[in-house]
Structures are given as structure tokens and as C-alpha cells.
Write a protein of this length. Structure first.
Length: 311
């Protein structure tokens, strides 16, 4: 039987918990697909239609083909559960109840972000050989992991994306320490580059963000960066030696579709278990995939624990 509504509705902000990322920062930054019976489909077009000069005489038309393909993948289902002793419900403070609900919703939002990052990492490693129109099938990696992040590197990656004809907004999430390193550049830290307040992540107070030359650079909590030899591990308070892989992309270059994302947890008595403990659960179903290699860059640079003034 469902648990009383009061358990889910009492919210007070007076609980101290270990700090974790709230997640959900990348919502709205990627192309959505078409849901067909649990399969996500993303159309991709290649080639170009070129005009030709008329001779002035009656002549045959010269139709040109447009190479269009559809990339399909199956959505995966995810869930998270937590249990609470039924006997404890009347002894729990509202702050405890609120923390349970918050922890469960965070798990959903973090998984939505991880789906996107995992797709970017897989795309940069194996590419997509089925992309029509010719050209590269694997995104370019910039940097070998031996240097600190530097503003010219960011500029170089964005210029390559723009150089192939993209006129879309560019997204580039980085660790906070990288963001602070870039802030040593006066042109980056200038108040003239604050960023669009209508961006999906703009209202989050935890995210530092700048829109610099059309690149939306956002600093996310460290636990979002799980790629490279210095990838984040649970409980760390600073980066280990090595490099981090980060990703820059345009919206149409990566597809992500979530069929359902249930942040509001369900709470029910766990029938069949002694004392009927409470079973809390949330769910998510979705999939993500790289679509256009020319619209994605992997930037590989040192994991740093301090900043250095550029010379």
C-alpha cells in the first residue's frame, strides 16, 4: 500500500549531508530523437546540393542525391532504490525525510548527465562509421594530456567546429579548477562575457559559466569528470596525477532522448519483508549517441590542483 503523503511532502532544509553534485546540468544541450517503440532514431544527412549554370538552351535537369541515414539505438532502463524501516517513519525528523527524497532525485539527474558524457566518450573512442556524406568518423582529440588547459586551446577547438560550417551554440563543461585557470585571462574574466541567462544550466547557482566567443563554458562538480588517467574517484578532495578528457560539442552533433525521468520517488511498503520496510524508488529510461564527429572535440589536458598565472 502507498505510504502517507505527509512523508513525501514535508520539506525542511536543516540537514547536513556529504556534498554531492545535484546533476541535471546538461539537460537541453543535445539533440532529441524520435521514440519508436523504445528505439531512439536520429536522422543524419550528408552531402551538399550544388547549383549549376544554365546554358540558355533547353537541357536535361541534373538532379542530385542527398545522402540521408537514420541512426537507431535502443533505450536503456535504470532504477535506484533505498529502504527505510517502517518503524522509523514516526521518529524521523522532516529534514531526514527531505534528504531521502533529495538523494533519490539527485540519482536521476546525475544519470541523465552521465548518459551524455558516456556517449561523448564512446564517440571519441570508436566514432560512427555509418555517417553519410564522407569525412571523419571519429571526433578529433586536441591535446595529449601533458599541458594545462589554456584559452588558445579552447579557441582552437571552437574554431575547428566553426570552420566546418556550424553556426550553433557550443557547450564545453570543465572542472572548476580549469575554469579558475582560464580566469587568469583578462579577456575571459571580463564582465562582458557572463553568458546567456536563458541557457539550460544558467539558473544553477553551483555552476560557474561564461559565454566566450560563442562557447558556453561551464564549470561542473568534479564527479562529472570520469574520463582520462586522472578520472574522479569517490571521496577524493583533489585531482590525482594524470590527465582529464573533457568534451566540447554543438547541440546537433550529439543526440540524447529520455523517455521518462521520474525524479519524484515512489514509496511503498515492501510486502513480504519483516516489519514491512519502506521501499523508495526512482526510474529513468533513455539513450545518447554521437552523431556528427566534426561537431565534437575531445580536449585532453592535465588534471590540476592549483592555478598558474599565464606568462
Amino acid at each position: 500500500m502507498p505510504v502517507e503523503a505527509w512523508f513525501k511532502e514535508k520539506i525542511r532544509d536543516d540537514v547536513a549531508t556529504r556534498l554531492k553534485s545535484k546533476g541535471g546540468f546538461l539537460d537541453g544541450t543535445m539533440k532529441t530523437g524520435e521514440n519508436v517503440a523504445g528505439t531512439v532514431k536520429f536522422p543524419i544527412a550528408g552531402g551538399r546540393i550544388k547549383m549549376y549554370k544554365l546554358s540558355g538552351a533547353i537541357e536535361e535537369v541534373r538532379p542530385q542525391g542527398l545522402d540521408i541515414d537514420v541512426v537507431s539505438l535502443q533505450a536503456s532502463d535504470y532504477t535506484a532504490e533505498a529502504t527505510i524501516r517502517n518503524q522509523d517513519t514516526l521518529r524521523q525528523a522532516p529534514s531526514y525525510q527531505a534528504e531521502v527524497a533529495d538523494a533519490m532525485s539527485k540519482s536521476v539527474r546525475m544519470k541523465r548527465d552521465n548518459l551524455k558524457f558516456d556517449a561523448l566518450d564512446a564517440f571519441c573512442n570508436v566514432g560512427n562509421a555509418n555517417i553519410p556524406g564522407g569525412g571523419p568518423t571519429v571526433p578529433k582529440t586536441i591535446g595529449d594530456g601533458s599541458a594545462r588547459i589554456d584559452l588558445p586551446f579552447v579557441n582552437r577547438a571552437a574554431a575547428q567546429v566553426r570552420g566546418v560550417g556550424s553556426d550553433e551554440e557550443i557547450y564545453y563543461p570543465i572542472p572548476f579548477m580549469w575554469f579558475e585557470q582560464l580566469c587568469w585571462y583578462k579577456e575571459f574574466s571580463s564582465k562582458d562575457y557572463q553568458g546567456d541567462k536563458d541557457l539550460p544550466f544558467a539558473q544553477s547557482g553551483i555552476v560557474d559559466k561564461k559565454t566566450w566567443k560563442g562557447i558556453h563554458i561551464m564549470a561542473l562538480p568534479d564527479e562529472h569528470f570520469n574520463y582520462g588517467t586522472a578520472k574522479w574517484v569517490e571521496g577524493q578532495d583533489e585531482w590525482n596525477a594524470g590527465y582529464l578528457d573533457t568534451f566540447m560539442w554543438t547541440k546537433s552533433a550529439v543526440g540524447c532522448e529520455t523517455f521518462w525521468s521520474k525524479e519524484q520517488m515512489d514509496i511503498n511498503e515492501w510486502i513480504g519483508k519483516a516489519g514491512k520496510p519502506l521501499l523508495c524508488d526512482t526510474a529513468l529510461s533513455g539513450a545518447a549517441i554521437g552523431l556528427l564527429p566534426e561537431g565534437v572535440k575531445r580536449l585532453r589536458y592535465l588534471a590540476i590542483n592549483d592555478t598558474v598565472r599565464p606568462t
